[in-house]
Design a protein around this ligand. Structure first.
Ligand code: CA
Length: 238
C-alpha cells in the first residue's frame, strides 16, 4: 500500500457511497474525515485543516454548491465536486463557484484516486529549478516559492491577491509563457495532468475568475488575452 499524505474532507450523505469512498481512500493512506451534513461540514472546514474537499451536491443542511461558494475565498486547497453523470449544468455551476474539478457519479474509486493525486501533487510542486521562482510583469508579481501573487499599485505598494491553488498554477504557467500563445490543450494537460478532451470549460472559467481578481476587463483584457479558437496569451506589454 502506498502511503499518501493528504487530509481530506469527504461530504456525502449517501451512506453506502460515503463508506465505500472513505474505506477506499483510507486504505490508500489518506486521512479522511467523512461528514454527511453540509452545515456541519462547513464548521469543520473553518476549524480544521484539509488539503482537499470532496463535496457531493445534494446534501442536508447546506448543498455542496453553497459550501463551495462559501468557502472558496478562504480555502486554498482543491475542491472536487461529485456531480450527476452528464449533468452539464451541474458541471458548469461547480466550476463557476470555484470548484477545481468534478467527478461524475457513480463514483469510480480508482478515477477519484487518480484525480486526488493530481490535486495533491499540485500543492507541492514548486516548479523546475531552472525556472525563475519570481516573475514580475507590468506590476503583477508571482512567486512560486511562497505561492503568492501581488499587484503593485500606482503608489508603489504591493497588494496581495487571494487566488486558489488551481488559479495560481494557471497564472504561473501563463506568466512563464508570457508573450507566447498557449493552447487550451497545453494548459489543460499541464494543469490537470491528463489529455484535453476538447469540451472541458474549466480552463476558460478559471481564466475568467483570474481576470476578475486581477482587475482585468473581460471584454478588453490587458493581461490574459484570448486567442480565438486556440487559447490564451499573457501580455508582456500593458
Ligand atoms: Ca447526496
Amino acid at each position: 500500500m502506498i502511503a499518501e499524505s493528504g487530509r481530506l474532507l469527504l461530504v456525502e450523505d449517501d451512506l453506502t457511497l460515503g463508506k465505500m469512498v472513505d474505506d477506499f481512500l483510507t486504505g490508500h493512506g489518506f486521512r479522511v474525515r467523512w461528514e454527511s451534513n453540509g452545515l456541519r461540514a462547513l464548521g469543520l472546514i473553518d476549524s480544521e485543516h484539509f488539503d482537499v474537499l470532496i463535496l457531493d451536491i445534494g446534501l442536508p443542511g447546506m448543498d455542496g454548491i453553497e459550501i463551495c461558494r462559501t468557502v472558496r475565498d478562504r480555502f486554498s486547497g482543491s475542491i472536487i465536486m461529485l456531480t450527476a453523470r452528464g449533468d452539464e449544468i451541474d458541471e458548469v455551476v461547480c466550476l463557476e463557484v470555484g470548484a477545481d474539478d468534478y467527478i461524475a457519479k457513480p463514483v469510480r474509486p480508482r478515477a477519484l484516486l487518480a484525480r486526488l493525486k493530481v490535486h495533491l501533487r499540485r500543492g507541492k510542486v514548486q516548479g523546475k529549478p531552472t525556472e525563475a521562482s519570481r516573475l514580475e510583469i507590468n506590476g503583477l508579481i508571482i512567486d512560486a516559492n511562497s505561492r503568492t501573487v501581488r499587484q503593485r499599485t500606482e503608489l508603489g505598494k504591493e497588494n496581495i491577491l487571494t487566488v486558489t491553488t488551481a488559479e495560481f498554477d494557471l497564472l504561473l504557467f501563463l506568466m512563464r509563457s508570457a508573450g507566447e500563445v498557449v493552447g487550451r490543450n497545453e494548459i489543460y494537460e499541464h494543469i490537470q495532468g491528463i489529455a484535453y478532451d476538447g469540451v472541458d470549460r474549466s480552463i476558460d472559467l478559471r481564466v475568467s475568475r483570474l481576470r476578475k481578481k486581477l482587475g482585468d476587463d473581460p471584454s478588453n483584457p490587458k493581461r490574459i488575452k484570448s486567442v480565438r479558437g486556440v487559447g490564451y496569451i499573457f501580455a508582456l506589454e500593458p
